[in-house]
Design a binder for this molecule. Structure first.
Ligand code: NAD
Length: 437
């Protein structure tokens, strides 16, 4: 809990929040092994996918109901067969009577059909779902979230539903996720250790978000190769030890890095299953004051090195069949940001990397996706001046900053063997930030 959150839970704080309409950040429910997925039953309604949904939820140990009860942990509606503008009224019919029954940190999930796969008015109706879900996300409050999943016919949606309905997606809100038809998804043997037997490379793993990604991927069963620059060697070794992985000191911008990395992963580990390009730097200045060196170094770390590493891993087949590449973008790469022309260029480039590689990776049974974090509580954001920091923290539907683990859980969902049809997505981990919405 940050200081303001502590204040809002005090006696005076509670009164002021109510009287002045101040932001009221609810402590988010986060994943803890052994805890129930939801705090109450999921009400499931709508079209043809609701049977699939009920089966998936039962498999995940989630109680479902088709008639409303007093309190729901989630509201799930299959809107994939809505094909006229009039049909959209079914959203109102389903959600209006039950929205108030959604528990704290509850979940709203709407399922739709990929708009480009349907024609005419049906495409209009499917596209309209995004506006509905994003508005509901803004209205829910109390730590609850709303998401839209566009799925191709017969798409494997289990890993995505499990992620979105659980506390693992605590800081993911107002997102539109696309799940394709193909992709060689194979449900993990054990949903509690879905990455058992996999090798994961995490760059920039010595601290912050990278260290959290290493921890979560290891918790999910992967052997983690934690990479960072030599200057971070001590912290890096500590992370690698903590997660039972190995460390690799390497500057990803050095000319020999891609070959060294490919050799290391092939010789020591027989290849790599999951590559997380997390290493990133900022060198902020308004463009008029920015030296060329600040531009070059940011683009080199955040974008150019990742393309070179991908190409080396693909050229030598070091990325194993069913492999996963995950980029770390930023809401600055979506919205732009004052003083960050270099950073936002590189992070928008990461989204371009996802677009450019998705089809090529699908051909190999692999995927590439990105996370776009918003305000995450790390050293990077602790260095932001107080007022800007406080605005950044509150300007989202959940009225708080996210934690590194929130980004890590999203990476783990992409990495899951059951997420083979989740390809080419950029999911923001930003509490539905107002920036770049
Ligand atoms: N913190 C946030 O709110 C936020 C928001 C959006 C995006 N991001 C992105 O998330 C990622 C992690 O951010 P963080 O806040 O944990 O940052 P951080 O500065 O704490 O960690 C970044 C790590 O990358 C490593 N690194 C830098 N250059 C490298 C190089 N050439 N070779 C190898 N490693 C290198 C650093 O040593 C460091 O350990 C970054 O890509 C960042 O741009 C962060």
């Amino acid at each position: 809990m940050d200081r303001y959150q502590q204040f809002t839970t005090s006696g005076v704080g509670r009164v002021l929040v109510k009287r002045l309409g101040l932001p009221n950040p609810v402590p988010l429910r986060r994943y803890r092994p052994g805890e129930p997925v939801l705090t109450g039953p999921a009400l499931v309604g709508g079209g043809p996918l609701s049977e699939v949904v009920a089966r998936v939820l039962a498999g995940a140990g989630i109680e479902t109901c088709v008639e409303p009860v007093a309190t729901h942990g989630a509201l799930v509606f299959d809107a994939s067969d809505l094909s006229t503008v009039e049909d959209l009224g079914q959203l109102h019919d389903f959600f209006h009577p039950v929205l108030r029954s959604l528990d704290r940190c509850g979940r709203v999930v709407v399922l739709g059909a990929l708009p480009e796969r349907v024609d005419g008015v049906a495409r209009v109706a499917q596209r309209a779902l995004a506006g509905f879900v994003r508005s509901v996300g803004k209205e829910l409050g109390r730590g609850s979230t709303a998401q839209l999943v566009y799925a191709a016919p017969g798409a494997e949606i289990e890993s995505t539903l499990r992620f979105l309905l659980s506390a693992r997606s605590a800081y993911v809100d107002g997102q539109v996720i696309r799940v394709g038809a193909h992709g060689g998804s194979a449900a993990p043997v054990d949903w509690n250790a879905p990455l058992a037997g996999k090798t994961a490379l995490v760059t920039g793993a010595s601290r912050g978000i990278g260290a959290a990604i290493a921890e979560v991927l290891a918790r999910e069963g992967a052997h983690v190769v934690a990479l960072d620059i030599p200057a971070q060697g001590a912290d890096l070794a500590a992370v690698a030890n903590r997660v039972g992985g190995t460390s690799l000191q390497l500057d990803i911008t050095s000319p020999e890095a891609p070959v060294r990395l490919a050799d290391h992963l092939r010789i020591r580990h027989g290849g790599v299953d999951i590559v997380v390009h997390n290493a990133g730097i900022t060198r902020d200045k308004k463009l008029a004051n920015m030296k060329r060196g600040a531009w070059d170094s940011v683009v080199a770390v955040n974008l150019a090195s990742q393309l070179r590493i991908n190409d080396a891993l693909l050229a030598e087949d070091v990325l194993c069949p069913g492999g996963r590449i995950v980029g770390v973008s930023s809401i600055a790469g979506i919205a732009g940001n004052t003083g960050q022309a270099n950073y936002a260029t590189s992070k928008a480039g990461v989204i371009g990397m996802v677009d450019a590689y998705a089809a090529r990776l699908a051909e190999r049974g692999c995927t590439i996706n990105a996370v776009a974090p918003g305000f995450i509580e790390t050293r990077m954001t602790a260095a932001v001046p107080l007022l800007i920091r406080e605005a950044g923290r509150r300007m989202n539907s959940l009225a708080q900053g996210g934690l590194p683990v929130d980004v890590a859980e999203t990476v783990a969902w992409y990495a899951n063997p059951g997420s083979g049809a989740v390809n080419g997505n950029v999911v923001r981990v930003c509490g539905q930030s107002l920036l770049g919405a």
